[in-house]
Design a protein around this ligand. Structure first.
Ligand code: DAT
Length: 174
């Protein structure tokens, strides 16, 4: 399906700043912020609650079925700590946010993450698991890695993505 507006995934380890980036980007561009966490919860795309990890056990088939009618039409910012389940044909840009581990530790600690979940997420960031997942799932030219250590990074990243969107629209008009 051809789109008049692009679809963008903003991904990365929990705490790197996905929500903050998506909200600012949605405000500045009018693209719609889709919090996949919220959708999983609101639309029941899960097999229950994992009490140890304090997170939903996602049913990926249900989730994709639920997104199929809206996302391929374009204009969405998908906000999630995974990206390889989304069909390549839906996606125009994958942004992987990265945060220095001591800063990420502080952000997750402030969220009262259980110790095991906190450590696993820190390891995942250090091992750049999400970056590898993005590179395996999508063409190298649509995957970008951006730093999200400081508030000024957030502002700069959003400006950069806005410029990318304008270019995409020019390249894909008519
Ligand atoms: P995520 O959606 O990836 O879990 P978030 O947007 O909720 O992350 O951000 C987690 C916390 O870190 C929140 O208190 C805002 C803060 N934060 C996010 N990006 C930041 C940045 N680039 N610089 C400083 N703080 C940031």
């Amino acid at each position: 399906m051809s789109r008049t507006q692009p679809n963008i995934i903003i991904t990365g380890t929990p705490g790197v700043g996905k929500t903050s980036h998506c909200e600012l980007l949605a405000t500045n561009t009018g693209l719609k912020h889709l919090s996949i966490n919220q959708i999983v919860k609101d639309r029941g795309c899960h097999d229950g609650w994992d009490a140890e990890y304090k997170s939903w056990i996602v049913d990926e088939d249900k989730l994709l079925d639920s997104l199929e009618a809206e996302v391929p039409t374009g204009g969405y910012i998908l906000d999630w700590h995974a990206c390889d389940l989304f069909p390549e044909s839906w996606i125009d840009l994958v942004v992987v946010l990265r945060t220095e581990s001591t800063k990420l530790y502080d952000r997750l600690k402030a969220r009262n993450y259980p110790e095991k979940k906190l450590q696993e997420n820190l390891d995942s960031e250090i091992m750049q698991v999400l970056l590898e997942e993005a590179r395996e799932g999508f063409d190298a030219e649509i995957v970008v890695q951006l730093r999200s250590d400081e508030v000024s990074d957030l502002e700069g990243n959003v400006e950069r993505i806005e410029a990318w969107i304008e270019n995409w629209k020019k390249d894909n008009s008519g």
